[in-house]
Design a protein around this ligand. Structure first.
Ligand code: NAP
Length: 529
């Protein structure tokens, strides 16, 4: 990103209840296909303390005065605003993210769908202002004195530091549970694709459907944001493991106990049943899903399949089948209707993917190389387009880099295994991932794999022939299911239906008389998760 194009529009930040432009030149956002400069973002000169205090005090108070049902209705109103402006979002996505219409939908419509889901779930909580966690428990012989666990919305602000790959969904999948909980949001989108986030917030603010201070956006540098956090604030970070380390060790988290959710990188796996054959449906389901995962959003999904495990006898057959399907992927300018896969978000990411590929190749052979075919409508010297590459190694046990390095692009590595136990051991070398998908017609194998891999994965996605048409996709994050993963995936938890509200609430035990607990329960809704 260059910093010289001062004639470009500088997008204002909505902060401290008003639109404010940074005073510096900011950073320039670029079309990753054409290389043209689009807009600038920056927040130099903004009074961060004022913006955080405004959100915490005014936004928080207004949101907490509303019931869950009223806040759910507010989410419904946001959905309507976003739906009315969808065309503008698709246009920004094409220009700033280089995505095809189908790939833009994953982000834009995925975000709107998630908001709509929480609007419906929240409605059921009705007029309550707190959540009742479990049943009352007797504290002793006398049943008059009992304890009731309750969840109350935290009186702080939720800071979201987001990744570049989901400027729309990344905002709303976090904002929906936060706002439903009654917690104001300040979002700092990743600079490379900040425009879409900024525009969506602008539309919602202009429509007047959220109270003052409930939703703020600050684009550009992250400097100083973490310093603003106070004990009842929460921070949700999505991005690389390196930045996650900085967030985790910041005094706000390490000393002031600011609650912190981290979604970091992940070497997700696909596993084919040991009894599968080349002609089996499970084999074909794996092949299709791997190709889809490698190419959707040009592989820039934290949940994308990076490692593919098949029985050793099927290594060559899987390589051929995946390669044959990948050969149909036309890569280039998403404005051309013949193009199936657009660009990475920036030339910096392009360089990063090429460097990562070179690293993986030190331990793997190339099984399919899409770069032999020229790009459609795009200049390879300018466009951040990378063709799909399938790598493979017959010796996954000896590999180290292949289990460690996440290449954030259309790249996956095929690996054969010799026994079921070895497959599990190899998958666990990812040291904690967001998702593993299992391909099998055998319910007993699926159940075994789920039990074996559950502790090292946030989600186990099993694809069997009977759900081939209805399964929601390995990499698709659905709001009713948990998203997040242990270990290197960050250790975070998001979504999972109303479970997501827990992050924005504090749990306390109220020990009191039955009469007092009755009065408390009158303002609460049971949280049945
Ligand atoms: P990144 O470089 O770590 O950036 C993420 C965010 O952190 C950006 O908003 C960035 O701002 C900000 N940031 C950078 N340095 C910071 C600092 N010192 N203090 C506070 N904030 C800072 O990650 P990325 O390259 O955007 O995202 C790609 C990675 O995200 C991949 O590894 C992917 O696996 C992961 N990801 C995970 C999930 C998930 O749900 N698990 C989802 C999506 C992506 P600037 O943009 O201004 O630098």
């Amino acid at each position: 990103m260059s910093t010289h194009a001062t004639s470009l529009t500088l997008l204002p930040n909505f902060f401290a209840g008003r639109w404010q432009s940074g005073t510096g030149t900011g950073s320039t956002l670029v079309d990753p296909v054409l290389g043209t400069e689009l807009v600038r973002v920056g927040n130099e000169g903004l009074d961060l303390a004022e913006g955080f205090a405004f959100a915490r005090d005014q936004g928080g108070q207004a949101l907490r005065a509303m019931s869950y049902g009223q806040r759910a209705a507010m989410l419904g109103a946001i959905v309507k605003v976003l739906q009315a402006n969808r065309d503008a979002y698709y246009d920004i996505a094409t220009r700033n993210a280089g995505t095809t219409t189908k790939d833009s939908a994953v982000d834009i419509d995925g975000g709107i769908f998630t908001l709509g889901y929480y609007a419906r779930q929240g409605e059921a909580l009705g007029e309550a202002h707190l959540l009742l966690d479990g049943e009352r428990i007797r504290m002793g012989k006398d049943p008059a004195f009992q304890t009731q666990h309750v969840l109350t919305p935290t009186r702080g602000v939720a800071l979201f530091i987001n990744a570049f790959n989901f400027p729309a969904w990344g905002l709303w999948e976090k904002a929906a549970p936060a706002l439903l909980s009654g917690v104001p949001v300040i979002v700092k989108p990743a600079t490379a694709t900040a425009w879409l986030t900024q525009r969506m917030v602008a539309d919602v603010v202009e429509a007047g459907v959220v109270p003052a201070g409930a939703l703020s956006v600050i684009c550009g540098s992250s400097a100083g944001l973490m310093d603003q956090l106070q004990p009842f604030d929460v921070v949700s970070f999505t991005g690389s493991a390196d930045t996650a380390r900085i967030i985790r060790s910041h005094p706000a988290v390490a000393q002031r106990s600011v609650r912190c959710n981290i979604e970091a990188d992940s070497l997700n796996s696909a596993l084919l049943d040991p009894s599968a054959t080349e002609g089996s449906e499970a084999f074909h389901l794996l092949v299709s899903e791997v190709v889809r995962e490698m190419t959707v959003k040009s592989g820039q999904k934290c949940t994308a399949i990076r490692r593919v495990f098949v029985p050793r006898a099927l290594y060559q057959a899987a390589a051929q089948a995946i390669g044959a399907k990948l050969a149909n992927t036309t890569v280039g300018n998403p404005r051309n209707e013949a193009v199936r896969m657009g660009a990475l978000v920036s030339r910096a990411q392009y360089e990063g993917v090429l460097a990562g590929l070179a690293q993986l190749k030190t331990e793997a052979e190339v099984l399919f190389d899409g770069s032999r075919v020229p790009l459609v409508d795009a200049d390879p010297a300018v466009a951040a387009c990378v063709a799909p590459t399938l790598l493979g190694t017959p010796k996954p046990v000896d590999a180290r880099v292949l289990h460690e390095v996440e290449v954030f692009g259309p790249v996956a590595t095929l690996m054969p295994y010799d026994s079921e136990a070895q497959a599990y051991e190899l998958i666990r070398r990812g040291e904690g991932s967001l998702v593993v998908s299992v391909y099998s017609a055998d319910p007993a194998f699926i159940a075994r794999a789920a039990a074996e891999l559950g502790d090292s994965h946030g989600r186990v996605h099993a694809i069997s022939p009977d759900v081939a048409a209805s399964q929601t996709g390995h990499g698709n994050v659905m709001p009713m299911s948990l998203h997040g993963g242990p270990g290197r995936a960050g250790g975070g938890e998001e979504l999972g239906g109303l479970r997501a509200l827990a992050f924005y609430h504090r749990r306390s035990a109220v020990q009191a008389s039955a009469a007092a607990l009755d009065a408390l329960a009158a303002g609460g809704a049971p949280c049945a998760w």
